[in-house]
Ligand binder design. Structure first.
Ligand SMILES: *[C@@H]1O[C@H](CO)[C@@H](O)[C@H](O)[C@H]1NC(C)=O
Ligand SMILES: *[C@@H]1O[C@H](CO)[C@@H](O)[C@H](O)[C@H]1NC(C)=O
Ligand SMILES: [Zn+2]
Length: 403
């Protein structure tokens, strides 16, 4: 706790000196402006300006090519060896309609290492994609950095690079100690990280970057995603007995699901159900032929299998003819290591790429900013969070290398 307070004090001092200098010297760029690569000098300015450049490049899942090219050039200019690992285009059903022709775009993960070895004891990893819609970098109230990805997860990406740079410059690590992996597709199910398993690499420790408000996460909830589909028969709404309404079949199933009790645990609290999207029918005067609801359950205990059975039984009890489609990639609550002194610990309710990366490595989850504003129209963090996070990542790396 004391260490954290001290860090906060240092960071705030930095933030008011370094960051105010940064604001004065860096007029807000236009998104179209060509991106200026950093000079090699190592300063907090390079952290803030990398963060700014990353935010200003739209990288909604499926459309990660430009940000990948930018970061590849950036890391190469800092003498990292950088490998591209190509990932398939995102399926149309997962693409956001606002991203322009993402199917034409290349998508790739980036593996970067400063030394000879592509396999290192410690890996720092986060994701390059964001949720829609994109909006650019802005500074509010002197030290609040706004923009899509400002928290999730371009903050972690920037801080991880800064961490590696500072540890190398101060010779606290050697070039073969740490590598970086930045993946695509985290927000749409983790196809990027699953592809990373083909790198055929092993690490002793992997540090994942997601917003944890600078706390060390000791676990996160599991997830089960599914669609309930109802099929009916269309007809004139004045003669309902001539058809069968898919909407009228779906609604009682949703009510039944809302009444279900799912497993809970001391560590994670209750499992929660979100009916995220409903669609069905075409007009008020037409009997609905098709209806569907897309649902996610955040699992606090037990396995996805147990939750699947509860869901199936409840839906089939309403009507045998309702269909259930369970998405791939469900998983139970995820244990995360949190055995490093000097951090507050927490559990989080969101999913991460942690279960998508195979291996017996130790895993940590840590990062600047709050999940409570991530994915929102007011995604932002305090500049000092970035500075504190760099200190936090450094401590995690040093601790991992010592053990
Ligand atoms: C990269 O390596 C070259 C050759 O060793 C060196 O001259 C240059 O200063 C290095 N650049 C950085 C950013 O470290
Ligand atoms: C979990 O659900 C129970 C029953 O619905 C409720 O009383 C309790 O407050 C919930 N716990 C949390 C942590 O939300
Ligand atoms: Zn994220």
């Amino acid at each position: 706790m004391l260490i954290i307070q001290w860090l906060v004090h240092c960071a705030l001092t930095f933030a008011t000196t370094t960051f105010s200098h940064y604001i004065q010297s860096q007029p807000r760029p236009q998104i179209e402006r060509p991106i200026r690569l950093e000079e090699s000098e190592l300063s907090k300015d390079s952290l803030f300006s990398l963060h700014q450049n990353l935010i200003n490049i739209e990288s909604i899942s499926g459309n990660e090519q430009t940000v990948g090219e930018f970061l590849e050039a950036y890391l190469k200019s800092h003498n990292y060896t950088v490998e591209r690992q190509y990932v398939d285009p995102l399926p149309t059903s997962l693409q956001d309609f606002r991203a322009e022709e993402p199917n034409q775009k290349q998508r790739f993960n980036l593996l970067a290492y400063p030394g000879e070895n592509r396999q290192t004891p410690v890996l720092l990893s986060s994701h390059l994609d964001t949720v829609p819609p994109h909006y650019g970098h802005e500074i509010h109230e002197h030290d609040q950095i706004w923009g899509r990805g400002s928290v999730d997860a371009k903050a972690a990406v920037s801080c991880m690079i800064q961490t590696s740079q500072e540890l190398l410059a101060s010779r606290q690590i050697s070039p073969n100690d740490v590598s970086l992996l930045f993946v695509v597709g985290e927000e749409t199910g983790g196809d990027g990280m699953r592809r990373a398993n083909d790198l055929q690499l092993k690490w002793e420790t992997v540090i994942f970057g997601e917003p944890t408000e600078l706390k060390l996460a000791s676990g996160h909830k599991g997830i089960l995603i599914f669609t309930v589909k109802a099929h009916g028969k269309a007809g004139h709404s004045g003669y309902p007995w001539l058809g069968q309404s898919a909407n009228h079949l779906l609604v009682p199933a949703l009510v039944a699901l809302q009444k279900l009790e799912f497993p809970s645990s001391q560590k994670y609290g209750n499992s929660t159900l979100n009916i995220g999207r409903i669609s069905g029918g075409v007009a008020a005067n037409v009997i609905a032929e098709e209806a569907r609801a897309e649902i996610g359950i955040r699992i606090a205990a037990g396995s996805p299998g147990i939750v699947k059975k509860l869901v199936s039984d409840a839906v089939k009890a309403v009507d045998e003819n309702l269909d259930l489609d369970f998405s791939e990639g469900s998983y139970p609550p995820v244990y995360i290591d949190s055995d490093v002194d000097g951090f507050e610990t927490t559990t989080v309710n969101y999913g991460t790429d942690i279960p998508n990366l195979n291996g017996k490595h130790k895993r940590y989850l840590y990062g600047p900013g709050s999940i409570l504003v991530a994915h929102s129209d007011h995604e932002h963090l305090k500049a000092s969070q970035l500075l504190i996070a760099v200190e936090g990542y450094k401590r995690l790396v040093r601790s991992a290398l010592k053990s």
